[in-house]
Design a protein around this ligand. Structure first.
Ligand code: RIB
Length: 313
């Protein structure tokens, strides 16, 4: 696009537009022998800074999964502080349109992530600019999208209710990954979303059950027209849509850092569905992508490319 030209998600070359109204987080990652306990001072054995945030990671995963290869437009909207401009450059390099990201006086969100010897993480997060989204900004951005376009959301930005309501009114298909979970999620119009992706913790919070069959049954009843995906870590992933069940095993992997695996799964699953794959093969591709992610350090840095994922057979 020519410099200064107005972003048109519906240019003739664009089959469909995908916009992620999502977070940016600067991840400070500490390797630790175990998670720090109350009152304990624990020397970390390693420290690195990574680009992250569930929103940022999922946009990157969509791009690497080839979401733009079918001619779709991929855009990321949100808010950062001055200290987050480098994150925009990373998205631009992947072909993502970032002109709807505003730079605010509030610092970019950041996270303190402990990763233990089992590759598990514990995250303390400062949301920063991610929770400063304003009504006008949301309305202005979504006004450019319409029927069949896709809005992707996680729960690291404010105004989810307005985002879902406005998008549904305009006929967009809403994909919601309600992570991290909080008490506001159950009150959202989940039955209006096109695709809901939850893990076991989110599934429990939304249904009161820890049994995957029961979680899917209850969410399937609440959201009869939505595709509902339940990710189960080492036990794979399942999906229910209009009474039909789908299941995939986890791909074998040596986990060294699970941060970003759920985001990788989401990006690859959504990109595969939008490229026309059926639910079963899309789940399998997403599971392969997540397996490659957990075998690498970092969140965004560990998201594989479509070539790597599709070579894994
Ligand atoms: O899902 C992983 C992400 O969650 C990390 O990048 C971290 O920023 C947290 O938001």
């Amino acid at each position: 696009m020519a410099p200064g030209a107005r972003f048109d998600p519906h240019s003739p070359e664009s089959a469909m537009a995908i916009v992620n109204f999502g977070s940016f987080i600067i991840d400070h990652v500490y390797r630790v022998p175990h998670f720090v306990r109350p009152g304990e001072t624990l020397p970390a054995t390693g420290y690195r800074v990574f680009a992250g945030g569930k929103g940022f990671n999922q946009t990157l995963a969509l791009a690497r999964a080839g979401a733009t290869a079918s001619g779709h437009t991929l855009a990321h909207a949100g808010a950062i502080g001055e200290n987050g401009r480098w994150l925009l450059e990373l998205l631009r390099r992947e072909g993502v349109d970032v002109r709807d990201v505003v730079v605010t006086d509030t610092p970019t969100g950041h996270g303190i992530i402990q990763v233990n010897d089992q590759g598990e993480n514990a995250i303390l997060q400062f949301p920063g600019a991610n929770r400063t989204l304003e009504r006008d900004h949301i309305e202005r951005v979504l006004a450019r999208y319409g029927p069949e376009d896709v809005l992707l959301l996680q729960n690291e930005v404010n105004a989810l209710a307005q985002l879902i309501r406005t998008a549904v009114e305009r006929g967009l298909r809403v994909v919601l990954n309600p992570a991290p979970m909080d008490t506001t999620i159950a009150g959202l119009p989940l039955e209006r979303v096109w695709l809901l992706i939850v893990n076991e913790v989110e599934g429990f919070d939304l249904t009161g059950s820890r049994d995957p069959d029961e979680i899917l049954a209850r969410l399937g009843r609440r959201c009869p027209d939505s595709r509902v995906v339940l990710t189960l870590g080492a036990a794979g992933a399942r999906c229910v849509h209009q009474g039909r069940q789908y299941q995939v095993d986890a791909w074998p992997a040596q986990a060294i850092d699970t941060t970003g695996a759920g985001d990788t799964f989401t990006g690859f699953f959504v990109a595969s569905l939008l490229a026309g794959q059926a639910i079963g093969p899309a789940l399998e591709r997403a599971a392969r992508a997540a397996a490659l992610c957990v075998a690498r350090h970092g969140a965004a840095d560990s998201i594989p490319t479509a070539t790597e994922v599709d070579a894994l057979t």
